[in-house]
Design a protein around this ligand. Structure first.
Ligand SMILES: [Zn+2]
Length: 122
């Protein structure tokens, strides 16, 4: 569960963290598992939605989230889209499309190299 106190101060509110990047079309992206915690003195820090881990660096929460993925796959089928906002899912789809295009180009180059090699070694 998300921290109820941080740096000796009570957490008085927590909400999803607005990511530094924007989704396609400029819509804000919210990280639901990285919480922005409002502390009793009015300052903010960041926390994990699953446990009481907190950090002043929002970017240290996402690597930390991997700790919550240790359940063996046989027990729980982890949905890679679980906990992601629509904006994050769109980003992943865009990234996947870009990787696919790169993979296709790489296969074409490999195929060209192979046929060039065949001519040299034949
Ligand atoms: Zn955690």
């Amino acid at each position: 569960m998300t921290a109820t106190s941080a740096k000796g101060l009570e957490v008085i509110a927590d909400e999803p963290t607005e990511a530094p990047m924007r989704a396609k079309g400029g819509a804000p992206v919210h990280w639901r598992q990285t919480r922005t915690l409002l502390l009793a003195d009015g300052s903010t820090t960041y926390g994990c939605v699953h446990c009481d881990y907190t950090s002043d660096n929002m970017h240290s929460i996402r690597p930390h989230l991997n700790k919550h993925r240790t359940t063996p796959a046989a027990e729980i089928e982890v949905d890679p889209l679980d906990g992601l906002t629509l904006g994050e899912i769109r980003q992943q789809l865009t990234a996947a499309a870009e990787w696919k295009a790169r993979a296709v180009r790489a296969e074409q180059h490999l195929s060209m190299l192979r046929s060039a090699l065949r001519e040299v070694t034949a």
